[in-house]
Design a protein around this ligand. Structure first.
Ligand code: NDP
Length: 300
């Protein structure tokens, strides 16, 4: 089998209700992955390219991005490339403008780019602003800028936010802070208020005593905000041809974990790709998938 051809065994996993007999995508299906020069993002680009989609690999650093593209090209997997720093609004603007002039429509967006400045067993908030700007605001601004370009039909467009189980509400110990995100009518303004309160508590030096998540605090807050945004967006586009979900790949061996983890980036991306490519009739919205068994999923 040539590497660009869809893998016929792709949907043959018997244990899963992800099983589908209909391949709905083609070379005309366009997917964007952020932060894709390495780690899970790179593995996702590779998998989607293997399955025959047209993929746009983006990276904040041109050289690292181009090296990643070359390594795929050597495997017979040509992908497109454009520089994209999600924490920089002008970079997002340039990317969206390039995308508009080169592609008719968008089918899939994977908000994968992310940072953490913590070692595994450390918890510093020294870089809290960068973490929030990249992991939450970056994904949000890019999504908002691309929303008008989604094809929406007939296959349903999809957004997958690569998140973390550290960003679940159970990690927030302060009931007043938690209640902001528990509101049934949750809005983007409330999410931004939540994030603003955190950044203020970092500035005041009070974050430790205020009941924020205890592990990788700034990262957890960024993913809490991303998960909440997933829900708000999913609700906004319910019945409008865009499905929005989050996926925590579990403890994965990448630079972010200094190579530690229970599985490889390829394994995490394999599951991510299956979730992304669910048949339109099986595709949920507003779900948070956790770990390598995509059926262990929960509403946020
Ligand atoms: P890596 O550190 O290997 O990859 C992160 C990627 O994001 C890199 O390509 C990095 O680029 C890129 N990136 C960072 N900042 C920006 C930015 N401002 N603009 C564009 N790209 C940026 O980590 P992972 O592959 O593990 O992480 C991928 C996603 O998975 C993240 O969202 C992470 O939070 C999430 N995740 C990871 C887990 C794990 O155990 N590994 C667990 C749960 C979630 P560069 O090379 O230039 O730094």
């Amino acid at each position: 089998m040539k590497s660009q051809e869809p893998d016929p065994n792709y949907f043959s996993s018997s244990s899963s209700s992800l099983v589908s007999s209909t391949k709905w995508w083609s070379k005309e299906t366009i997917a964007i992955v952020t932060g894709a020069n390495k780690g899970i993002g790179f593995a996702l680009v590779k998998r989607l390219a293997e399955l025959g989609l047209t993929v746009i690999l983006t990276a904040r650093d041109v050289e690292r991005g181009q090296r990643a593209v070359e390594s795929l090209s050597e495997k017979g997997l040509p992908v497109n490339f454009f520089q994209l720093d999600v924490s920089d609004p002008s970079s997002i603007e340039a990317f969206v403008s390039w995308f508009k002039s080169n592609f008719a429509a968008l089918d899939i967006l994977v908000n994968n780019a992310g940072v953490s400045f913590n070692d595994i067993y450390k918890n510093t908030v020294e870089h809290a602003e960068t973490v929030i700007r990249t992991n939450f605001y970056g994904a949000k601004l890019l999504t908002e800028s691309l929303l008008p370009l989604f094809r929406r039909s007939p296959s349903k467009s999809r957004i997958l936010n690569i998140s973390s189980r550290l960003g679940t509400l159970s990690k927030v110990r302060n009931p007043n802070i938690k209640s902001i995100l528990e509101d049934e009518e949750l809005s983007e303004e409330q999410i931004e208020r939540f994030v603003g309160l955190f950044l203020q508590s970092v500035k005041d030096g009070t974050w430790k005593s205020q009941g924020w998540p205890e592990i990788w605090t700034d990262y957890a807050v960024s993913k809490l905000a991303l998960n909440a945004y997933t829900m708000v967006l999913a609700k906004r586009y319910e019945g409008e041809g865009i499905s929005v979900n989050s996926y925590c790949p579990g403890f994965t061996q990448t630079s972010m974990t200094q190579g530690q983890g229970s599985h490889t980036a390829d394994e995490a991306a394999g599951v991510g790709a299956r979730l992304l490519l669910l048949h339109p009739q099986q595709l949920p919205t507003a779900k948070f998938y956790i770990g390598l068994d995509p059926f262990v999923k929960s509403n946020l």
